[in-house]
Ligand binder design. Structure first.
Ligand code: ATP
Ligand code: MG
Length: 259
């Protein structure tokens, strides 16, 4: 049985549809990649899988459990919110995190006025009562820098440290499947290498991952299948052995550079 089975999924931000008819299977123990142009809906799809926003249609089954209610989409009552407080949501993000689908979003969004220690102390709440536990020392072994910054407020961390803290929270939530959305985005080459090593270490620990990245070589080392995502749908699905180098894939998608 697959860990995650997504069928015919469509969604977006009312009234704009961003992605449509996505089918995706993540087998037990697998690492699946997403690569595609900016603004084509990768993060929106990830937010939909973890219940941050509601899907419009289709089904998401995780670990044998249907995550989205199979009811019809209702018209929103408010035009001003992505999340209409008056319309019942069809996905419950807390339940999804408890089930073990843990999303580390793009851009390491953290509570800026909380200290590293405070942020790390609330992260395990996602797995409370499930019997899944994580030794915080294993997180410090992976991110020793966080141990040195325990008293710092999140707002004073560097970009790389913020990303480390986000990933540490994801690990402390004891994922059965982890979504990592562009974990090395906007970082210097040195910090990128450090963080890619951390993603490799997470993978080596056996946690299944959906990895969204812009670096094909990084993806090729990690994923069993790479989904090329453009214009809101999966346009190609490449097995690991079929993934070309970064330049070739970019040329195939956007044409050859002339300068
Ligand atoms: N909260 C939001 N409300 C309305 N529209 C949004 C919101 N977030 C993103 N969008 C729009 O949805 C589209 C898809 O954005 P998304 O962030 O999913 O793309 P992406 O493929 O992850 O891009 P990138 O590679 O730059 O991260 C874009 O046109 C974006 O402007
Ligand atoms: Mg994105």
């Amino acid at each position: 049985m697959s860990l995650l089975q997504v069928e015919n999924l469509s969604g977006g931000y009312e009234p704009t549809q961003i992605f449509s008819n996505v089918d995706l299977t993540v087998p037990e123990g697998a690492c699946v990649g997403f690569f595609g142009p900016n603004g084509h809906g990768k993060s929106t799809l990830m937010k939909t899988l973890s219940g941050v926003i509601d899907p419009w249609s289709g089904s998401i089954v995780f670990d044998g459990e249907r995550l989205n209610a199979p009811t019809e989409r209702k018209a929103r009552r408010s035009r001003n919110l992505n999340y209409d407080v008056l319309t019942r949501r069809r996905m419950d993000p807390k339940r999804i995190a408890r089930a073990g689908l843990i999303h580390v979003p793009q851009g390491s969004t953290l509570f800026p006025d909380m200290t590293v220690a405070e942020v790390l102390s609330i992260a395990p709440a996602a797995a409370r009562g499930t019997g899944r536990v994580c030794d915080p020392e294993s997180v410090f072994a992976l991110f020793p820098r966080l141990k040195e910054r325990l008293k710092s407020k999140a707002r004073f961390l560097s970009g790389g440290e913020r990303q480390m803290l986000s990933m540490a929270c994801g690990i402390l939530a004891v994922p059965k499947l982890m979504i990592l959305d562009e974990p090395t985005l906007g970082l210097s080459p040195k910090v990128r290498i450090e963080l890619s090593d951390c993603v490799h270490a997470i993978r080596a620990s056996g946690i299944p991952i959906i990895l969204v990245e812009q670096d094909v070589e990084f993806l090729r080392d990690l994923v069993g299948t790479l989904n090329v995502f453009d214009h809101g749908s999966i346009s190609r699905r490449l097995e690991q052995s079929e993934i070309p180098d970064h330049e070739t894939l970019m040329a195939e998608m956007f044409g050859k550079r002339t300068h």
